[in-house]
Design a protein around this ligand. Structure first.
Ligand code: FE2
Ligand code: FE2
Length: 381
């Protein structure tokens, strides 16, 4: 499949060159038809074709396209300069949409950059983490969270915490508002970031993913506006206690020593302490930070009294947290497939996870963000 995607992207790039060089006519049209056919063929095997730029690579399905360098210097470089680093084709794609796409890209090439207009089956989005110092933001992309603005904010937020300036609650509120709006509007947020592999992006990616999924889960469980808002904040901050754990330790490939394990297992307590001392922080945030690794049967960490009742929000974040961690590639292991993840959840269900919540999560939340996984979920007993 990767060769087919590579060829289709090269063909799209070629069609753009032809569109730029030749007047409208047979040759231009033939190229458009060829692109459309190639993409449609790929879409016979999957619901959507999702290709994005990461650093200097073009990625499809967690793999670098063979013609990555060529594409980054051409088509994807052009998209990137227009504030887009991801293009997604959906089933139902029509030739007219390819024609419009090429018109848009051609305008973009002439004008330097422009806001690209999506069509029903061709969606652009922006996912990358950028340097907050980048002072020339393009127009906001559509169909996603306002990625650039939000990303800058999150970077600043993390940096403030890192340098000990505390938590900027106002900034946090903006991020939360953006996530909730996108979740409620059913914007095409996706969870693309889970495919990023560089560790320094992991924490950022992980908290955003956990916040998006937890917020969606809280909405689908009928939380009121305040509940959804507080859930989103709590999810964003659940791992905040990891801020002072050295990166090398978080990524260590080999077995952890007892001291190292203890250090990592302190992050819920550290996080809860930090959040408790932050003015304006909803009560739920320190609770979730403290409880998100405590199992329903009292296992996990930190140790809690035997009759401890876990908050519903903690149980929700726990599922989402584990799901995202298992899906993601980490330095010490590859991301797992959905069947493998489901197996892990099922084998652990009674000990740790809430069966009803798991049901809602896999039946209603995952299909929204990972439609390609529906078949796997439906095949479960
Ligand atoms: Fe954690
Ligand atoms: Fe986490």
């Amino acid at each position: 499949m990767i060769e087919a995607v590579d060829n289709a992207m090269l063909e799209l790039q070629h069609a753009l060159s032809v569109r730029m060089m030749y007047p409208p006519g047979k040759h231009v049209q033939t190229c458009q038809e060829r692109v459309c056919e190639m993409v449609q063929q790929i879409l016979q095997h999957q619901r959507k074709l999702d290709v994005f730029v990461l650093d200097d690579r073009v990625i499809f399905d967690d793999r670098t396209l063979p013609s990555s360098v060529n594409l980054v210097n051409g088509l994807f470089g052009l998209l990137y300069r227009s504030g887009v680093d991801r293009i997604t084709f959906h089933q139902g794609l029509e030739i007219e949409e390819i024609r419009l796409l090429l018109d848009e890209l051609a305008d973009c090439k002439i004008e330097g950059s422009k806001r690209l207009q999506a069509t029903p089956h061709v969606i652009f989005s922006f996912i990358r983490q950028i340097d907050a110092a980048d002072s020339t933001p393009p127009q906001s992309p559509h169909q996603v969270l306002d990625g650039r603005e939000m990303t800058v904010d999150v970077n600043s937020l993390w940096r403030d915490i890192d340098v000990g300036e505390g938590l900027n609650v106002e900034m946090l509120t903006d991020i939360v508002t953006n996530i909730i709006r996108a979740v409620s509007d059913h914007s095409d947020i996706m969870l693309p970031l889970v495919t990023l592999k560089r560790h320094d992006e992991y924490s950022f990616v992980h908290v955003i993913n956990v916040a998006i999924l937890s917020t969606t889960l809280s909405e689908s469980l009928g939380f009121d506006d305040t509940g959804v808002h507080e859930m989103c904040i709590a999810a964003l901050l659940h791992d905040i206690g990891k801020q002072h754990i050295p990166r090398e330790l978080l990524n260590k490939k080999g077995r952890l020593t007892n001291e190292e394990l203890q250090q990592i297992q302190m992050h819920p307590v550290e996080g809860a302490r930090m959040l408790l001392s932050t003015p304006g922080m909803p009560e739920l945030a320190p609770i979730v930070a403290f409880e998100h690794h405590v199992c329903a049967n009292g296992g996990g960490y930190p140790k809690v009294p035997q009759d401890w009742q876990l908050n519903l929000a903690s149980r929700m974040v726990q599922i989402v947290d584990v799901f995202d961690a298992l899906r993601t590639h980490r330095p010490y292991r590859q991301g797992l497939s959905l069947p493998q993840i489901i197996e892990i959840f099922q084998s652990d269900m009674n000990a740790c996870f809430d069966a009803d919540l798991l049901d809602v999560f896999f039946q209603h939340i995952i299909p929204r963000y990972h439609p390609e996984m529906v078949d796997v979920i439906e095949a479960q007993p």
